[in-house]
Design a protein around this ligand. Structure first.
Ligand code: NHR
Ligand code: GAR
Length: 221
């Protein structure tokens, strides 16, 4: 693909930004043939904003507390992404639920990473919930975002074992290293036009994916 037609990513964060950093590195190593056009945070204190600035990437803060409704906040996010001519939106630890005002203009061009083996544990506190349930494994899912929270079609999952003395923190650190591998990989499938959302399902190279997407371990075998 010529540089002029490189896809432009917009990354939405709320905090640390380690997944965003994985995208910066994947672009630098040309594992991901895209440009990061803008990093947007709803939280003015997100540490990830400084990481993005240090990498020379445009940043914006759109503070949700300054808007009267979720729809007005979402419209401001859309305006910012449009200004930066974003083709694909990456939610990377973004902590605000989005309404159709945001999702409609980016339907099929909007990815999230969720730290559980969806459809298990949508929503918050996933690692503690997996521990409390006595699960023997946990993991992470990259999925297309739809209006149903963490309910959009899965694309790629990685599994990790749960060890007997795990805490939510030790489990999260095992999961996050998988996140940094699978999220840029799934985005590269989209950027390379192998991945689409159609009829409510994720399709990779013309094949509809199952309800848990691709398993990363079997993909890398
Ligand atoms: N929006 C839609 N419509 N669909 C999804 O699948 C979304 C989404 C927005 C964010 C990320 C998500 C996750 O992977 C995500 C997926 C925030 C909350 C939440 O409850 C839940 C899930 C996710 C992100 N947020 C609270 C809210 O009132 C605020 C919590 C906080 O600020 O700490 O928006 O887990
Ligand atoms: C990641 O574990 C991500 O999966 C999770 O938050 C962390 C963000 O870390 N996302 C959610 O819980 C979304 N609700 P990061 O800021 O270092 O990428």
């Amino acid at each position: 693909m010529s540089p002029a037609s490189k896809k432009r990513l917009g990354i939405l964060i709320s905090g640390r930004g380690s997944n965003m950093q994985a995208f910066i590195q994947a672009c630098a190593k040309q594992q991901l043939n895209a440009d990061i056009a803008v990093v947007i945070s709803n939280n003015p204190n997100a540490a990830g904003l400084e990481l993005a600035e240090a990498a020379g990437i445009a940043t914006q803060t759109v503070d949700h507390r300054l808007f009267a409704s979720r729809e007005e906040f979402d419209a401001a996010l859309v305006a910012c992404l449009q200004e930066h001519r974003v083709d694909l939106v990456i939610l990377a630890g973004f902590m605000r639920i989005l309404t159709p005002t945001f999702i409609s203009p980016y339907a099929g061009r909007l990815l999230n990473i969720h730290p559980s083996l969806l459809p298990k544990y949508p929503g918050l506190n996933t690692h503690q919930r997996a521990l409390d349930a006595g699960d023997s494994e946990a993991g992470v899912t990259v999925h297309f975002v739809t209006p149903e929270l963490d309910g959009g079609p899965p694309i790629l999952q990685a599994r990790v074992p749960i060890e007997p003395d795990d805490t939510a923190e030790t489990l999260a650190s095992r999961v996050i290293s998988q996140e940094h591998s699978i999220y840029p990989l799934a985005a590269s499938w989209f950027v390379d036009e192998q991945l689409t959302l159609k009829d409510g399902r994720a399709w990779l190279n013309g094949k509809a994916l199952g309800p848990t997407g691709i398993d990363y371990a079997s993909h890398t075998q």
